[in-house]
Design a protein. Structure first.
Length: 391
């Protein structure tokens, strides 16, 4: 078994792990990042697409990505559609902010390129099997690569940025320990070759259920519709897919095209019981999961990282542990606001399978109380574009 030493060992080369390593490097703190997947898999998995105003500022100002400004698309609003009736939520007018549509895998390509250009130690195909001695000054990550070779990474601090099935979480209060909610619906997501059906995202609530009409580029579109969580993504023909989608977006004729990717995305809300133990901390999906309706997952990962990086700088450069002691409390303030917003958007926009006629009419009342009030629209715009960042 080989042992290497670094200052910060980061498990997971998702947005959280890579951005943290980038920020630490700027502060002169060495790190090693490992990921169990290949670089190709990391760079080509389609996931998040909406970046909050502050996320874009953080990526650009720290030199992590400038392509977001040239290749991304700025969106100054979204549409909420209620039974075919469209209502624009004008972010610029309401809060003077915007979001960017820039796919997560493009953010990852930028971050990986920056890490490698800076000569950082970034290892793909290396899986963490456990974290040892998190309460000591020498916590360790025990890893194995694809050939079965074991490597131990000894560090001053270990960060679990290893996503929702986190191994690092098991070394805190236990892998499943935390606050949890499951939902009785999921999203059927498609990627298709077609021009955009609308200039901005449409979040549509209809009696048939929810649909999200999103964009990726001039020739590729991403769309979702509400489905049963147990649904087999191959069970629909393309014709059925388009008819299900179209039925949920009355008022817009969708531009159809060949569907080249389909998946069923289950919904969970989760916050881990503990975010830090000694010299081990969790960031991003390892610490929390949100349903995708509020577009908060990747943004929350970036927000955690900004708070943690500040704390690690104080701890490792100045031997000051006050910020690391406050890390969980500081990060959780935003995490629970984002949990609430994601839950609220999800419950307000989806039709529950056991919804009664009362539930349906109440839901329309709720949507109208948002779209017909400037205060309601402003709350949505403020939360969607993102609260001010710490750190
Ligand atoms: C379909 C979909 C749409 C989404 N849309 C949005 C959106 O619009 N906006 C938004 O903000 N968020 C969205 N999200 C959520 C967002 O993608 C996640 O919140 C984000 O990826 C979290 O980043 P992360 O770095 O914490 O974790 P991940 O991106 O999950 O990265 C974790 C990494 O750790 C690696 N890993 C795991 N275990 C180990 C191990 N034992 N050893 C080594 N490596 C390991 C994994 O291979 C992975 O690369 C969406 C998610 C999905 C699935």
């Amino acid at each position: 078994m080989t042992t290497i030493r670094t200052r910060v060992a980061i498990v997971g080369a998702g947005p959280a792990g890579l951005f943290l390593s980038h920020l630490l490097d700027r502060a002169g703190i060495e790190s090693v990042v490992i990921d169990s997947r290949t670089r190709d898999a990391v760079e080509n998995t389609i996931r998040a697409g909406i970046l909050e105003h502050g996320t874009v500022e953080a990526l650009v100002e720290t030199g992590a990505s400038t392509r977001v400004l040239t290749d991304g698309h700025r969106h100054e609003g979204i549409e909420l559609r209620v039974d075919g009736e469209g209502h624009r939520i004008d972010f610029q007018d309401l809060v003077g902010r915007s979001v960017f549509l820039y796919p997560q895998h493009e953010v990852l390509r930028d971050l990986i390129a920056a890490r490698l250009a800076a000569g950082q130690d970034l290892r793909f195909g290396v899986t963490a099997t456990r974290i040892e001695d998190p309460e000591s000054d020498r916590p360790r990550v025990v890893t194995v690569d694809g050939d079965g070779a074991e490597l131990v990474i000894e560090a001053d601090f270990v960060v679990g940025a290893d996503g929702s099935h986190s191994v690092a979480r098991a070394a805190l209060s236990g892998a499943r320990s935390g606050y949890f909610r499951e939902y009785p619906f999921a999203w059927f997501g498609i990627l298709c070759e077609a021009p955009p059906s609308a200039p901005e995202l449409i979040y549509s609530n209809s009696a048939q259920g929810f649909a999200l009409i999103s964009q990726r580029s001039e020739s590729v579109q991403r769309m979702y519709f509400q489905c049963d969580p147990g649904m087999d993504p191959e069970s629909f023909s393309e014709e059925q897919l388009w008819s299900e989608l179209q039925a949920r977006v009355p008022g817009t004729t969708l531009v159809e095209g060949p569907v080249f990717q389909r998946d069923v995305l289950r919904f969970r809300s989760f916050v881990a019981q503990d975010l830090r133990r000694g010299r081990l901390a969790l960031v991003g999906d390892a610490a929390h999961t949100v349903p995708p309706t509020g577009a908060k997952g990747m943004n929350l990962a970036v927000a955690d990282v900004l708070v943690l990086e500040n704390a690690l700088r104080a701890l490792l450069l100045e031997n000051d542990d006050r910020l690391i002691d406050a890390y969980a409390e500081t990060a959780l303030r935003r995490i629970w606001k984002a949990q609430h917003f994601s839950w609220w958007m999800t419950s307000m926009l989806h039709v529950s399978p056991d919804a009664s006629e009362f539930d349906r009419r109440r839901q329309i009342g709720e949507l109208r109380s948002v779209v017909e009030s400037r205060a309601g629209r402003t709350y949505l715009a403020e939360a969607y574009t993102g609260w001010p960042l710490e750190g």
